[in-house]
Design a protein around this ligand. Sequence first.
Ligand SMILES: [Zn+2]
Length: 237
Amino acid sequence: MAHDSCFAWIVGRFKAYAPVVETDTFTYDSPDLGKEVRLMNAVARFRPQAKERILFAAHWDSRPWADKDPNPARRTRPILGANDGASGVAVLLEVARVLRKSGTPIGVDLAVFDGEDLGTEENPSGYFRGSSRYVEWMGEDRPIFVILLDMVGKKDLNLQWEANSREQASNIVDLVWQEAHELGMCTILWCYLRNSAFKTKDADYSLAADLTGQANHLGVTIEADIIKQKLPEVNGG
Ligand SMILES: [Zn+2]
């Protein structure tokens, strides 16, 4: 079955790179699928004895229904999951390959979760089966922090601060973004004003010098590297 062979492939890749690979099989009785499904998590552990650990995770399942597809005829079909699911796993496999070469000063766990995307509005408990299971499974040995990768393979990818992380762990978000910045990734911010109230019969004040200046100031405050702005054409906004 495709589910088994895909999992076996991921575990095989993990084993090629990590000294310890653990797997966990569990079940979920899905009302939407009308059956009990077997789900599987795997984790590749680098420096398995280290007490200080960080966790990178992704989900490897893909949604069985493309229920948000603009085309209603496709909404009952499964999504292919190249981006929503597989892209995060691909990053983890590359991290595993690099860690095998470079080693790591602290413990690193790379986990792939199953059954993350089985929920619906009627049955939200179908979401996050694998990650919930993993949290139970790891018990008291919590990592210092977790980085979750999902939908990172889209064309013209535009990564933004994730709102919950920003609220709950802003120090980690800052750490990751600073590191990305040092590696040459940058933030380009469009600081255009978009409010129809600025447009009057006399002038379009969204192009006023003081308003565009304030928008630029805000962009600088949140540390954009490049700010895109329209040239001011009027005064007195
Ligand atoms: Zn996802």
